[in-house]
Design a protein around this ligand. Structure first.
Ligand code: ADP
Ligand code: MG
Length: 321
């Protein structure tokens, strides 16, 4: 018997995630009723994944459930916010209960890790598209914005960069495969949102962004908002062995403009660096200095042989032809 929209909601969404005390009314009514803490700013962000555009047709639904939430949590991380609630708009070609069950397993496992409750959404029929909105809390005075950077601030990057971009090249047959494939694919399919790091950076970093469209493209956003330029030492980039090998071959594209990294790129004034480094070490958060903000506009890339270049590889842009 075909499953009804209301059965779908009851079975797959209503109790998908743990309940929070600040949810006065969750899924099932016309609206959710939510109680943000006094004094906190509500940080809100939304991202859509469209089949054929953001993921390959036939992608593993459990990974999609993870990724749809992860890319949104990454935006909260980039503001230094503490995740709380999510809403989910799903457009599905049909009521494929096996697909939905797997999708919600991926979504709920990540939600549990960060104490996020799914509080509402919308379910419609059509070409597969997934939209998640997340809501988090942040002290408005310590929220991490793109525009707070100053010339002389040091630039840092979390984790490693270029893995997802290289995984995509390999999936498309555009780069040779090797034993690193599994690790790279994991980085593309199941990004780790740097929520813990973002919360440590709140009130400490001068500017921050999550790297979703490529390192250089997202650095450009920080520079534009901060009214600075930047200098990046490419020999300092945190790279996995596979990406380091590509760079050594002269292929910097995955590292500089691959996108889908979901690492945090941030600036911090030099006198705050030492204390941040010890805080990150204690919390097991990996960060690496990659350059600095400068007064002159433009981004200068310093290649490992010392050669500077101002020819900037572009990141991903849906509307650039
Ligand atoms: P309405 O017709 O009033 O807009 P719906 O029938 O669309 O309400 O949804 C009923 C309830 O189920 C609402 O609380 C809504 O937030 C929730 N809901 C519907 N789809 C989803 C989904 N994909 N994820 C989470 N909650 C959902
Ligand atoms: Mg209604």
């Amino acid at each position: 018997m075909p499953i009804s929209e209301f059965d779908l909601i009851r079975q797959y969404f209503a109790d998908a995630t743990a309940s929070r005390h600040d949810v006065l009314l969750g899924i099932g009514d016309d609206c959710a009723l939510l109680q943000p803490p006094a004094g906190a700013a509500l940080a809100v962000s939304m991202d859509t994944l469209v089949e054929g555009r953001h993921f390959l047709p036939g992608s593993d639904p459990e990974s999609l459930g993870h990724k749809a939430l992860a890319v949104n949590l990454s935006d909260l991380a980039a503001m230094g916010a503490d995740p709380a609630w999510a809403t989910l708009a799903l457009t599905l070609p049909g009521a494929d209960t096996a697909w939905l069950g797997a999708f919600m397993r991926g979504f709920a496992a990540l939600a549990a890790e960060y104490g996020v409750q799914l509080v509402g959404g919308d379910t419609t029929r059509g070409p597969l598209s997934i939209t998640v909105q997340v809501h988090g809390f942040v002290d408005p005075d310590s929220a991490l914005k793109r525009g707070g950077g100053k010339a002389g601030d040091l630039l840092f990057l979390s984790g490693s960069i270029g893995d997802a971009g290289l995984a995509l090249l390999r999936a498309q047959g555009a780069a040779p495969s090797d034993a690193e494939d599994g690790h790279l694919r994991e980085r593309l399919d199941r990004p780790i949102p740097r929520v813990t790091l973002g919360r440590l950076l709140a009130g400490r970093a001068s500017a921050a962004i999550d790297v979703s469209d490529g390192l250089i493209a997202d650095l450009e956003h920080v520079c534009t908002a901060s009214v600075t330029g930047a200098r990046v030492n490419l020999s300092s980039l945190p790279l996995s062995p596979a990406v380091a090998t590509e760079c050594a071959r002269g292929n910097w594209q995955p590292a500089l403009s691959g996108g889908d990294d979901y690492e945090l790129l941030f600036s911090i004034s030099p006198e705050r660096v030492e204390s941040l480094l010890s805080i990150c070490l204690e919390a097991g958060q990996q960060i690496k200095e990659i350059g600095c903000l400068v007064a002159d506009s433009g981004i200068v890339l310093v290649y490992p042989d010392g050669r500077p270049s101002e020819e900037i590889p572009h990141g991903f842009d849906h509307f650039r032809t």
